[in-house]
Design a protein. Sequence first.
Length: 767
Amino acid sequence: MVRSSITGLLGALLLASAIRAENITSDAHFYGESPPVYPSPEATGTGPWAIAYGKARTFVASLTAEEKVNLTAGITADSGCAGSIPAIPRVGFPGLCVTDAGNGVRGTDFVNAWSSGLHVGASWNKRLARQRAIHLGYEYRQKGVNVALGPVVGPIGRVAEGGRNWEGFSADPYQSGVLVYETVEGIQSTGVGACTKHFIANEQETNRNPETDDQGEYVESLSSNIDDRTMHELYLWPFQDAVLAGSASIMCSYQRINNSYGCQNSKVLNGLLKEELGFQGYVMTDWYAQHGGIASANAGLDMAMPHSDFWNSNLTDAIANGTMEASRLDDMATRIIATWYHLGQDTYFPDPGLGMPKDVDAEHQRVIATSPASKDTLLQSAIEGHVLVKNTDGALPLKSPRLVSVFGYDAKGPDALQFNTISFQSSYPAIQRNHTLWVGGGSGENSPAYVDAPIDALQRQAYEDGSSILWNFDSIDPQLDSTSDVCLVFINSYATESQDRPGLTDQYSDTLVTNVANKCKNTVVVLHNAGIRLVDAWVEHENVTAVIFAHLPGQDTGRAVVDLLYGRANPSGRLPYTVARQAEDYGSLLHPAQREGDYWLFPQSNFSEGVLIDYRAFDAQNITPRYEFGYGLSYTTFDYSDLQTRRSNVSTTAYPPNATIEQGGNPHLWDEILTVSARVSNTGVVDGDEVPQLYLGIPNGPVRQLRGFDKVRIVAGESTPVAFPLTRRDLSVWDVDAQQWHLQEGEYKVYLGSSSRDLPLSGTFSI
Ligand code: BGC
């Protein structure tokens, strides 16, 4: 204990001098150039980690140097896991199995395909996010997976066409932070570790990895160039919440940050994550993202996956020749073993990889991870991420239609379903034309126990209510039976890991919708979208009476949308991103950055917009979106009244004296300074869930930033109080000179309402 606190202090002093040496003069600090931060801070075993660290230190002290090294990199094993840490039988350590992803256990059978991150974001429901995570964690546990490779809060969604934005929750850091906190705690409550990824600024797929170009020249991965304030207020923010929740692991990213590779960047790993945020878990590479040996260890990397081309016996050689401290290897091993103890995996946990088959034909133990207890949460999670954006004259819910016509490729189920297939690419990059889209592509795609496609659920509906149904999935200009009461058109917008999206619309689907709408007076469009999808080509067509952004609901997709269409459920989703009227409105944040000019071999992406992404950019430039961030309709209506602010007795005159860093950072960041409250009424005739949203205009910050939200069920005709406690961090701006969060002098603006632009209540306060 004594030794480690002295090292911690020494580390802090060295860190402070490293930062001072940079001579901070402006917001551009750290821009394009990543400052060195050494040595790597040793975990302190603070707060809830104390007991686990006590055990881990004793355990690691009993290991040989080689055994310690074996903990720091995966091995090639026929385990069925994405990554495997070998067992050390001599001391009773069974090894570790780590596997994707944030929305379901990948590559195995008898698991559920849960709603994706973006769908969770669109549901704006903290309690549901936690329930989903608990059930998800249970499935990982049953399968013998020690660490789930998720959730995702990077990318956050800076680039509108980003290929992996659907894996994360929201383009807003506060919303992402709240949902990742619930998710990490939920997963870890089952004894499974969360590996929150990808740290950090992994905002596009294009050039995410180094490659050899046509000329045979080695091209480095993209560098995300970010200033210090933007780093804190936007990209680091949700990771801070993940660390606060105790995330066992953090996955470092493929691309470079300020020209230094994500998995050997001492500023982000040693400086931000381990020193400033007090991270007690371990840093794991993204797959094959290790590009240096001792440099990566000294920069704060703890575990290389799926194996290391660099470490192994070189680590012990480096200790012998003085290029690496023995204490660094001890810290790597201790962090890994401490999480194992902290999660209780030493007392009872299924054998690593127990339910994970190597390939589709392999013999494996049948482990049923799906639980009847998860059914309600699975369906509710699927329902709540649907966002109703247009509903002319109450077209929805449907009123007992007799003849229902169904069009579009996205209504049908897949032709084949195999439990370990991963389709990284669709034959049509913009859409998944082979079947309904319930998840995006890549490592986040898991195999469902079943897929309830929209057409399956619609046929059950016809069976139940004696109606009749007609369909045509393949024609772009289908014939219509003119006696149809409603035409349902199902289209999608695909996205996958490893490539960015070719655009935010596609000609085929737009033509299909227009053709149907030209013939059918009551055309309802359901759009499964793995990211932003523009709809201006047809949304104002007078026959398009209703539109649902259906996102990525997981395997209960059909049942969920039919419950909404028929009014058994009331839509309560809200957009976690901005839908523009035209693609150009996203400006320089529409397309991913490309290799160019002098930087061909060292591609650069300058995050010069700072924190102004998504709605903050639209607000700053006064651009009217088609559907703003936070927007979504219900079958009922809501009214807001009685805005109040109440100060707590926390002093704000001086910054609290330096506190010991806990997991999540300075504990004073969570002091509650002020509470905003109001009353929300359901003024319609059906019960419904409202998502009251609190935005602040913080002095010296963007026009508005989300700083509170809730989801409340309100019976028709009734009202309910809502309250939003605001912490020091919520009310602060990152001060680059002081390297602290600081409350601002001047007037804060408060806005409360049902979206980022429908804000009936407003006020001000000063601190
Ligand atoms: C992805 C990670 C994933 C890993 C293991 C990588 O390509 O970027 O998100 O966890 O593969 O499958």
